[in-house]
Design a protein around this ligand. Structure first.
Ligand code: GLN
Length: 311
């Protein structure tokens, strides 16, 4: 496994086509695209890394997994009255379907749905309390109290969040927000501005792995459902392509991070800031395709790879 990760990091380092760094959040626009990291936390408690796996990055939409777990913890299945469970086939910040579908976002991973999720775990608390709860969840998942929010990134996004404000006002006009638009957006931008390294993110993802030694922060049923949503919606309009190429549930963020779960086996975090046309990490996606190919890991079949890497 270490050999495979080193190979993947070397291939990424040599790749001249690195994608395009997100520029609509000013603070993220200046990130060096020549970075790549990968980390795996296995079901038997090992952590292996390669490349820039200790460098913190902005997890952005990968945070929507933790937010969803928290919101489901608060209201359970009632959440599904306010947000759907279908892929949108549109970009992460699209407004198109909201009007036609009466302000019920397609799923909790597109921005509109994530704003409803944030509004749900924010209910009855101040943004500071709600974010404290979110950080506690992430820190417990990763067993790492140093995980924090980058205040500069949060403010930078808040100042330029015109599209997210539009989505939130639209949701509010349909009665699908409880807190004020400003509060929801402030909380959402801070949630997205959490920083983690690949090592921390791989550890934080273990609660979704479904194996005896992994942190049991959510029930088995909930874990499986979150994985199902990651598979169908975790990469926006690139979700079908990611399932086709990688065959494992994953969640991407515009910071260039991707968290991938191999149920029963491992939590894998990969990061490279340059994005493909769907807004998902270009080299991260390619690295995961190589990883899946070389290990034979897929939720759609048993491993039978040449290298035969088992659990
Ligand atoms: N904070 C980002 C936004 O709302 C998250 C989007 C993403 O990572 N895809 O635009």
């Amino acid at each position: 496994m270490q050999h495979l990760l080193d190979d993947i990091a070397a291939m990424a380092a040599a790749d001249p086509e690195r994608g395009v760094v997100a520029s609509y959040i000013p603070e993220l626009a200046g990130i060096d695209p020549n970075q790549f990291g990968i980390a795996i936390a296995t079901a038997d408690g090992e952590v292996l890394t390669a490349g820039d796996a200790e460098t913190p990055f902005s997890i952005q939409s990968v945070s929507k997994i933790f937010a969803l777990a928290l919101a489901l913890g608060r209201v359970g299945d009632q959440l599904w009255r306010r947000v759907g469970r279908e892929p949108s086939g549109l970009s992460f910040d699209s407004m198109l379907l909201l009007e036609r579908e009466d302000g019920i976002p397609r799923n909790p991973f597109i921005n509109a749905g994530a704003l409803v999720t944030t509004d749900t775990y924010l209910a009855g608390s101040t943004p500071r309390e709600a974010l404290g709860e979110l950080l506690r969840f992430m820190r417990a998942a990763a067993d790492d109290d140093s995980i924090h929010i980058n205040e500069t990134v949060a403010k930078s996004e808040f100042r330029t969040a015109h599209r997210n404000f539009s989505l939130a006002h639209y949701l509010a006009s349909f009665g699908n927000l409880r807190a004020s638009v400003e509060k929801v957006l402030g909380t959402y931008c801070h949630q997205c501005a959490v920083e983690m390294s690949c090592r921390q993110l791989a550890l934080a993802g273990r609660f979704l792995v479904d194996a005896p030694l992994m942190p049991g922060l959510v029930s088995v049923e909930r874990r499986r459902r979150i994985n199902a949503l990651m598979m169908t919606c975790g990469h926006y309009d690139g979700s079908g392509d990611f399932a086709f190429r990688v065959g494992m549930p994953g969640k991407s963020g515009v910071g260039g991070g991707i968290l991938v779960i191999s149920p029963g086996r491992a939590s894998i975090a990969v990061w490279s800031p340059g994005l493909n046309r769907y807004g998902n990490s270009k080299l991260g996606t390619e690295a995961m395709e190589t990883f899946a190919h070389r290990t034979g890991w897929s939720v759609f079949g048993v491993p039978h790879s040449a290298e035969g890497i088992k659990r």
